[in-house]
Design a protein around this ligand. Structure first.
Ligand SMILES: *Cc1c(COP(=O)(O)O)cnc(C)c1O
Length: 359
């Protein structure tokens, strides 16, 4: 079976050699040397001023909402993974959905201002498949209306925009290091923020501890363990290989499918270096999309409907209609992509897609 992605596993001996440090220290969590080492290596690799490693990619969203003091309404995108919306609701805020741009699939910045009310405190938007939002326009709107900006950058490991890490935009950016993501620690994630927010986010992720018996405000437990960090350190040594292998596969899809006029591909914003984490195709109709998915499944190939359903249709939100997001959510399919997709398998996938489209 071919899955939509395949977790990169480092040679086991490399992982255990790093784990041995935790054994030698007798220390497997509470920000030991491996978490600190991973943070230092990630800061250097990503070229960012600060990072806090966390235990997954969802708690950073919740902690960011809390740390920025967001209440009331948060403007957000309906086209993302459910964690973007659920984090808003989990923090007791109301998601206000703004429809997406039909080219970039990110929140449509031209529709944000119309959604602002006196209760709006922030914007939580997703850089979809590593494709950046219009960060400049969003920044201007946020300044004008005194709103905070959080980016769910779960897909963006290694992405740069205008020569800068995409994680540097917004008040806070978050990333996921889940096993299905480009860079992973099994489960894991991180926040990136402006310097003045670092301490608050840091205390929030560790119960508010400022010492064994001293607390600096409210906190929760989002600490990354040494075992997760060991995986991250082992994977990071292979990151260039991972990205290059995906790039090769991504480009084969692009070359083979871009001339099929029935398909729409993701448009990537200018001045972006992509990380090749997803290869979505957009069919003309939902029924063709489902036909492609089913035909692939018949061959043991598991494509996934990312992102479906449109988040404004979740039963626990009272989302307004977002016709563009709803339409794309029904028609989009992410084809298998990983560091290890044999070219012969990829040719089969492409053949199935073309066959359904040309039927
Ligand atoms: C994966 C993902 C998350 C959640 O990350 P976890 O590490 O699984 O908690 C959040 N947002 C988006 C867009 C994602 O793809």
């Amino acid at each position: 079976m071919i899955n939509v992605t395949k977790t990169f596993l480092p040679p086991q001996s490399e992982y255990t050699a790093i784990l041995k440090k935790a054994w030698d220290a007798g220390w497997i969590t509470n920000r030991g040397t491996l978490v600190k080492e991973l943070e230092a290596e990630l800061k250097a690799f990503l070229n960012v001023p600060n990072i806090i490693a966390m235990t997954n990619g969802t708690l950073p969203l919740q902690i960011a909402i809390k740390a920025l003091g967001l209440t009331g309404e948060i403007i957000t995108t309906p086209f993302s993974y459910v964690a973007t919306t659920s984090s808003i609701v989990w923090e007791g805020c109301t998601p206000v959905f703004v429809d997406i741009d039909p080219e970039y699939l990110t929140i449509d910045e031209s529709k944000i201002e119309a959604a602002i009310t006196p209760r709006t405190t922030g914007i939580l938007a997703t850089h979809v498949f590593g494709n950046p939002c219009d960060v400049e326009t969003i920044e201007k709107i946020a300044q004008k209306h005194n709103l905070k900006v959080i980016y769910d950058a779960a897909h963006c490991f290694g992405v740069t925009y205008k020569g800068k890490s995409i994680f540097e935009y917004g008040d806070v950016s978050t990333c996921s290091f889940h096993a299905t993501k480009l860079f992973h620690t099994g489960e894991g994630g991180a926040v990136f923020c402006k310097q003045e927010l670092y301490d608050t986010l840091y205390y929030h992720h560790n119960f508010g501890h400022a010492g064994p018996d001293v607390f600096n405000g409210l906190g929760i437990n989002a600490k990354m363990s040494e075992l997760q960090a060991a995986m991250g350190l082992a994977v990071l040594k292979h990151i260039d290989f991972i990205i290059n292998a995906r790039k090769r596969t991504f480009n084969i899809y692009l070359d083979s499918l871009k001339n099929n006029k029935k398909l729409k591909m993701l448009q990537v914003r200018k001045n972006t270096t992509l990380n090749y984490s997803y290869f979505p195709i957009i069919s003309p109709t939902e029924s063709i999309n489902i036909k492609i998915k089913d035909a692939l499944e018949q061959e043991g190939i598991m494509a996934r409907r990312y992102f479906y359903p449109s988040l404004n249709t979740l039963e626990y939100v009272k989302g307004k209609r977002c016709p563009i997001a709803e339409s794309f959510a029904k028609r989009i399919l992410c084809l298998p992509l990983s560091h290890d997709l044999p070219e012969a398998d990829q040719k089969r996938i492409i053949a199935v897609v073309n066959k359904v489209l040309n039927d």
